[in-house]
Design a protein around this ligand. Sequence first.
Ligand code: PLP
Length: 462
Amino acid sequence: MNDHMTLSKAADHAREFLDSLDSRSIAPIANVSDLRSALFKPLNDAGLPADEVIDDLVRDTRDGLLGSTSGRFFGWVIGGVLPVTLAADWLTSAWDQNAAIYATSPAAAAVEEVCGEWLKSLLGLPASASFGLLTGTQSAHTVALAAARNKLLIERGWDVNTKGLMGAPRMRILTGAHRHESVLRSIRLLGLGTEALEIVDVDASGRIRLDSLKVALQAGENEPAVVCLQAGDLNAGVFDPFTEAGRIAHDAGAWVHVDGAFGLWAGASEHNRYLVEGVGAADSWATDCHKWLNVPFDSGFVFVADPEAHKSALTQDASYTIKVEETRDQMEWNLEWSRRSRGFTVYAALRNLGRSGVAELVERCCGHAHRLVTEIGDLDGAHVLAEPQINQGLVQFTSNEGNHDRRTDEVIAKIVASGEAWFGGTTWNGIRAMRVSVCNWRTTDEDVDRAIACVRGILAGV
Ligand SMILES: Cc1ncc(COP(=O)(O)O)c(C=O)c1O
């Protein structure tokens, strides 16, 4: 079998999978021992034909795939894959370009450069900011906080690049209670230690309290501090007040970092833009393309207002690299050397959707999330905990015996077991809740109807 036949076979399998999305169970139907016994064959001595490997791979994994690319998957914040980005992703693998530096693939470097510029303009970030295309928000936080750490410590006469952190001035990281855990991991990785984290009070809606932020910053005058703000928290999609919080932080000499894994995309929609007002005045931003832009994993951007701070945290050199005048070497702005040319899929998504298409995608998902939360919340035995202001919301299921937490987990488990829709659970303000998240282009009104009907049936004991 030649290359073409293997590729055609893989394309047939992919088509078959996508065509089955409406009818297959969203929850995987295989358990771990089914999967292990199907996949854990003795490692063969002789190689196998490519088409046989592909057929086996499809057969042995089929029942263990989560239908997270389905229009009725509302768990975590997992975007779908636009047809154009899937096609560009196939080409990315076929071209197999190493996007380390300009010389390893001029096309990959140029495409990535264009994507960074387009995104700044789309998301309302300063045109002068630098950017890096990374694996996701986790790595974007790490790069942004490395830039912040280095700059804040240089300003205090301490060069982390040469001296390390032993003996360095203590750093503080201030954030609201609803931060994503990925911030904490970046803090640990950067040697700042979790004791650097200080939780600032939030108001009833989950937004950081300005008076508390001010008091907290005053308590450590002249100490290097980063204030991490949230553009869309993972439970209720809450946005911090960027203009005021940013001003307070800057007045205290702090660096402002924004976790906008999905919420930063509100800036692409005229209707939702008010939520990110003032976000452009921050010092760094992290966001994902594999969520709301619907490109395949793994794809996220970091933006840094001070390009020098960004570059000095990452820059390196080696005798065998090739520098080409007036070009952009991606390696200077991200964590990797050899890397996938992730820019092709982002480029394809942005060209395919255009500004209005991105805005429409964002608004459509928000509409679906609103319907899901409010219509499920209206059912007997359900209750809205957090009405979505964007694409995230929370519902609680109630029990006559009063154990609402147990009832909520029980109903979620039944929905998942039905295979008809998929929602996840969370603990929010101390109570169990069902999270509703919509960020897949594939979700239609019919998907929303089907998901609501599924929940209605479960609550009615059908
Ligand atoms: C608000 C928020 N921040 C950070 C992350 C981490 O992003 P990633 O999984 O791309 O590293 C997520 C992921 O769901 C998120 O929702």
